[in-house]
Design a protein around this ligand. Structure first.
Ligand code: CO
Length: 474
């Protein structure tokens, strides 16, 4: 790695996440499309492997808070981003919403996303139950697009290992994704838990097992992100995710510039032009003041090593804080962090990522305030009943019986793919919304976000003042 005259034998590819995960992680997903356009063309020339521009919480935040039509952003960006593939984050059968949608909705959503210019689909499931990706994959492939299968990185101990999240677990999951036709495989470390030496072991093992290129997505939250990338690069990872520096670090991704600089002249040199990155970051600095109030500034430290214990991703922490503030119970936050760990264990140790993070986080709040499982949320009942898929380990039978007591769907959890139980939704929705949905895009948006999208569409077509309330997830 040290000969400065070496022509890179295996350049590291870099995906830029500034326009999606970057502002989602540190500016509550509030970056406006008009602020992306002035730099989109120069970013297109940087040589990124892809630019993630859509999905995750963007769809929700755009219509709810920014009064923007979510479908328009990729369309507009495509005019400037002509050679770099555009990617999106898709939560499998949850799409970009918070429940499982019927197969006809998933098919129409993926088809429409291809139509507006999405080239790469990073698909994940919060429980790592890949049956929830099947319908998405079928349409991604039918449209000739790139399916990136993602496995959510989670732990039960401080480091890789223990009873569930072992090296073998991730190798097995990667093989499953490859067998499903994944064009690339991503390890999605949404809370920044992957430590540098575990990353080395993990990518060394994955390199030996699967043939398709490997992609690592991590966050800077715990402070290990850049070190983790370097060790993953030494182990042969093909693609990493970064953001331009003003939108990086904290709970966002490692910054692009230092990694590009560190690899220059080595056999993993990314080939990305550092001066253009510096110009782009300077531009972002010039628009940053309007977003600065969204930055968490309650403490001096940019990192939070506590995340290694509670594993709560950044977006979920801000949701918890606002939920507790509304209940005038912010002083209970540390009890709740501890209870999140217990509730997650009770629920079969799923990774904490949308929507499992919200379901477990909200139940942990109820458990602390009212006693354990005295009040039980509908979403937790649905999770225990199997409506989100199979949990990594089975939930205790006694607890299952307690949670499903009087549950309207029954007391015995299902074992089939959850969407097999969902009747088609498109036609009924079309009849219900009527003329307010003027296109397939309006209709899909309304199915995903009935209340807020209805207000958005009324404002757009009927000149009713838009509502801007409630919080977006992550
Ligand atoms: Co992320």
């Amino acid at each position: 790695m040290t000969d400065h005259k070496t022509i890179p034998a295996h350049p590291v590819s870099i995906q830029d996440n500034t326009f999606r995960d970057g502002h989602q992680s540190i500016f509550a997903t509030r970056m406006k499309t008009e602020d992306m356009i002035p730099i989109a063309e120069e970013m297109d020339h940087c040589g990124f492997w892809a630019m993630e521009v859509w999905g995750g919480a963007t769809f929700d935040a755009m219509h709810r808070f920014l009064n923007e039509d979510p479908w328009m952003r990729p369309r507009m960006l495509k005019k400037y981003i002509r050679k770099t593939p555009m990617s999106m984050l898709l939560r499998g059968q949850n799409l970009v919403g918070y429940r499982h949608y019927a197969d006809d909705v998933v098919r129409a959503f993926v088809d429409q996303s291809c139509e507006i210019g999405i080239d790469i689909f990073r698909c994940f499931d919060a429980l790592n139950d890949f049956r929830n990706l099947e319908t998405c994959v079928e349409r991604i492939k039918a449209n000739g697009k790139h399916f990136e299968g993602a496995v959510c990185y989670s732990l039960t101990e401080g480091r890789l290992g223990g009873e569930i999240y072992t090296l073998d677990f991730y190798v097995k999951k990667a093989k499953e994704l490859e067998a499903m036709g994944a064009d690339t495989i991503c390890v999605k470390d949404m809370a920044g838990l992957l430590s540098p030496y575990d990353a080395f072991d993990l990518f060394s093992a994955l390199k030996k097992t699967v043939r398709v290129p490997l992609h690592l997505h991590t966050h800077y939250t715990s402070g290990m992100g850049s070190m983790t990338y370097l060790k993953a690069i030494e182990a042969g990872v093909d693609i990493i995710d970064t953001c331009l520096s003003p939108y990086a670090l904290r709970t966002s991704m490692p910054a692009c510039e230092p990694i590009v600089a560190a690899l220059q002249g080595t056999d993993r040199d990314s080939g990305i032009d550092l001066p253009s990155l510096l110009r782009l970051s300077e531009h972002l600095e010039s628009i940053a003041p309007q977003y600065k109030h969204l930055l968490a500034d309650h403490k001096l430290s940019m990192i939070d090593n506590n995340v290694l214990a509670h594993q709560i991703p950044g977006g979920m922490i801000s949701n918890l804080v606002s939920q507790l503030r509304d209940m005038k119970a912010l002083d209970k936050i540390n009890d709740i962090y501890r209870e999140v760990v217990r509730t997650r264990k009770d629920m079969g140790c799923p990774p904490l990522v949308t929507p499992s993070s919200q379901i477990i986080g909200s139940q942990a709040v109820l458990n602390v305030l009212f006693g354990r499982y005295v009040q039980i949320s509908k979403q937790l009942r649905d999770l225990v009943f199997g409506l989100y898929g199979k949990t990594p380990v089975p939930i205790d039978l006694k607890l299952t019986a307690k949670i499903l007591k009087n549950y309207k769907r029954g007391q015995t959890p299902i074992t089939v793919r959850p969407a097999d139980l969902l009747p088609p939704e498109m036609e009924k929705a079309r009849e219900t919304i009527g003329h307010l949905a003027r296109s397939e895009e309006d209709l899909l948006g309304w199915i995903l976000f009935p209340q807020t999208m209805e207000k958005y569409l009324q404002a757009k077509y009927e000149n009713v003042a838009p509502a801007r309330k409630a919080a977006a997830g992550c």
